[in-house]
Design a protein around this ligand. Structure first.
Ligand code: MN
Length: 532
């Protein structure tokens, strides 16, 4: 018998992106979506179109860019949400509308202020309306795991009757155990008469660290779609980690007779791209994609590994795309060696981009003896092409000490003109940012500042990530240098250039922008009927 196919529904760009620190701008989301397509996910949930103009635009851009996966937008059970979702995904090769409404008594009573009967009517109407626009409709019963079982079955039957082809039963609050998930899915499978007309889906949160276990349990009970994210990012403690679910099924194929469409050798690269876009590091001991996931430090383990890798290795690093090479780059490496390294690291760069990185690489070689893979990744990410390089750094002089006010003299270039100014501040970084603000004559606030050594040695590269905001939104910049002040200035300029470039999108709305309140806006116009 053929192994059952499990559909991977990736929500890194929707649930994942909602997590603090993981916001991305439109261009970044499209880049990640293209990598998810290469990874082989079946469905990409690109966003929540109604939530902001930026979200709608990014869903639309992803819908146009993706050819080999379905593209979904989330929508509440409201006409305006479903319309926005439809508008955003309609040009996709395979569009999907993902409608949701909470069904637990707790959510119905306190959040939605709705009776079970009203909710059922609302679901019926919403699914029917979505189906009138598109054939591929998913319905999610938010907080399914705390929903009354018989009511759940009535909802599922109704949603399928109205055209839903995927039924998602989320553990929204991450409260369930694997056995409970198994029982829930089995119950629905055995009790809903038309259940064979839809695919059952899981969406498990990781509040108790059980998301992956619950997902596998759901699959065993009959779920055939799993909603997950790269590295398990998502609201609160996150979602089930895609790479863990996929590799558990694959590594334990002796026990699980399922296949996925995932090209597992793209996993490491996908996780690295997510981390480099967002600037959030992957936990070193993270399963599958952490730096230590395949490291064998202890003598006994190393001895075993040399005799037979299977002694301590249940899957190979190569199978998830971790390439191990000893090629160390340095002063004498030519552009070809760098090019080869970039290829190994999974970068697909143009000739011009490689040349630009090579120039930066040579500069770095003058300051650092051995260049590691991580140095190169940092270099690529910080030299990424900019549509308009408005402001660039010429030079800086910092005066700083423990008994004095720091000052920063900075010289910047814009076009052919040179600008110089000076500011003071409580520290050298603060003084530098104030000087930049003075030169560019555009006030901004510092939202976040992060400095980290990229590698372990004394001549390590410092990587600075700066997030600044003005009324247009929040903009991120990254800078890399062996000098931490220089890294910070470069990062700030990068963010400044994005902020001043009208065509570049922000990673989050500006301070003055009205944040959308999902809870209070749940029922449009306070009517009981969804407006037709
Ligand atoms: Mn969720």
């Amino acid at each position: 018998m053929m192994a059952d196919r499990i559909y991977i529904f990736d929500t890194t760009l929707r649930d994942g992106e909602q997590a603090p620190g993981y916001s991305m701008n439109i261009e970044e989301k499209v880049r990640l979506a293209l990598q998810l397509e290469k990874l082989g996910v079946d469905i990409i949930e690109a966003g929540f179109a109604i939530s902001s103009a930026g979200d709608a635009e990014s869903v639309e851009r992803i819908a146009l860019a993706i050819k080999d996966a379905k593209v979904a937008s989330l929508a509440r059970a409201l006409k305006k949400d479903i319309d926005a979702a439809y508008e955003a995904v309609k040009k996709a090769v395979a569009p999907r509308i993902h409608v949701f409404l909470a069904t637990s008594d707790l959510h119905l009573e306190y959040k939605l202020k709705m009776t079970r009967e009203k909710a059922l009517e609302r679901i019926e109407e919403a699914v029917r309306y979505a189906k009138s626009l598109l054939s591929d409709v998913e319905f999610s019963l938010e907080d399914a795991t705390r929903t009354d079982r018989d009511y759940m079955c009535r909802v599922v039957e109704t949603a399928i009757k109205r055209g839903a082809t995927t039924i998602n039963l989320p553990d929204t609050v991450g409260y369930s155990t694997p056995q409970e998930i198994y029982d829930m899915i089995s119950y629905v499978k055995n009790s809903v008469p038309n259940i064979d007309k839809a695919i059952i889906s899981m969406h498990n949160h990781n509040d108790l660290g059980l998301a992956v276990a619950n997902t596998i349990s759901g699959i065993e009970a009959g779920a055939r779609q799993v909603e997950c994210t790269l590295c398990g990012i998502g609201e609160r403690a996150g979602n089930a980690a895609m790479e863990e679910v996929v590799m558990a099924l694959r590594t334990r194929s002796d026990k699980y007779d399922y296949t996925t469409g995932i090209n597992t050798t793209e996993i490491a690269k996908s996780a690295r791209l997510l981390s480099s876009i967002t600037g959030v590091k992957i936990n070193p001991s993270k399963a599958i994609v952490g730096d230590n996931a395949f490291a064998h430090e202890s003598g006994i383990h190393q001895h075993g590994m040399i005799s037979n890798r299977k002694t301590y290795e249940i899957m190979t690093p190569e199978s998830v795309g971790v390439v191990k090479t000893n090629l160390i780059l340095g002063k004498h490496s030519g552009q070809h060696a760098l090019e080869k390294k970039l290829e190994e690291l999974g970068y697909n760069l143009s000739e011009a981009e490689i040349e630009r990185i090579f120039v930066e690489f040579k500069k770095l070689c003058d300051r650092k003896k051995n260049i590691s893979e991580r140095d190169i990744v940092a270099l690529v990410e910080s030299t990424e092409s900019e549509s308009t390089q408005l402001w660039s750094l010429v030079s800086f002089v910092i005066n700083s000490g423990n008994n004095m006010t720091s000052s920063a003299v900075i010289t910047l270039k814009k076009g052919d003109k040179i600008y110089q100014d000076v500011s003071t501040g409580t520290g050298p970084i603060y003084a530098s940012l104030r000087t930049i603000e003075k030169i560019i004559k555009h006030p901004f606030s510092l939202e976040e500042y992060n400095l980290e050594a990229v590698t372990e040695h004394r001549d390590a590269l410092g990587e600075a990530i700066v997030k600044i905001s003005d009324q247009r939104g929040v903009f991120r910049g990254r800078g890399v240098s062996t000098d931490v002040i220089e890294a910070s200035i470069l990062a700030c300029l990068k963010a400044v250039n994005r902020m001043l470039d009208e065509s570049s999108s922000s990673i989050a709305p500006g301070v003055t922008a009205q944040a959308m309140s999902f809870e209070n806006d749940m029922l449009m116009g306070h009517t009981d009927k969804m407006e037709a």
